[in-house]
Write a protein that binds this ligand. Structure first.
Ligand code: ZN
Length: 145
């Protein structure tokens, strides 16, 4: 349904006076604040109610079978457009996040390894130092006075 047609439907339902603004909002899918704007005589900005590319996706002709999803729809198939654009976005985000995660993990592993190697090296030096320090003492005569 065209945005303008939706607003006109809201206007018509408001004029009938049978339904509350809330019910009209639910029935037409038009946001409640817009319904109340229409009720108070303010004309909302139609274009802002819908996505910027909605215009190019307005049904242009007859119902056709969508080659992608197989549904009988007005072409271009809005469902497929939304689906593909959101999937692309999700996939891109996912890939980027996975990449970041992988590089962080790699960096962490490298750092950990460096720390371990450093610790081992320090330990080796320490024990070597201990050995050289303690050996002469243990072997000396000072232990048994
Ligand atoms: Zn489709």
């Amino acid at each position: 349904m065209l945005p303008q047609a939706k607003i006109e439907e809201v206007e018509k339902l408001l004029a009938e006076g049978k339904l509350s603004q809330r019910k009209i909002s639910l029935l037409t899918g038009v946001c409640r604040s817009i319904v109340s704007q229409v009720a108070s005589g303010e004309r909302p900005d139609y274009s802002s109610l819908f996505e910027p590319d909605a215009e190019s996706l307005e049904p242009s002709g007859e119902i056709e079978r969508c080659p992608t999803c197989g549904a009988r729809v007005y072409m271009p198939c809005r469902l497929c457009h939304l689906r593909s654009s959101s999937e692309e976005g999700t996939l891109k985000r996912y890939r980027r996040r996975a990449k970041q995660k992988a590089s962080r993990r790699l960096l962490a592993a490298v750092l950990r390894r460096q720390q371990v190697e450093q610790a081992l090296a320090t330990e080796a030096i320490d024990s070597a130092a201990n050995r050289t320090e303690t050996k002469p003492v243990n072997d000396g005569q000072e232990e048994k006075p």
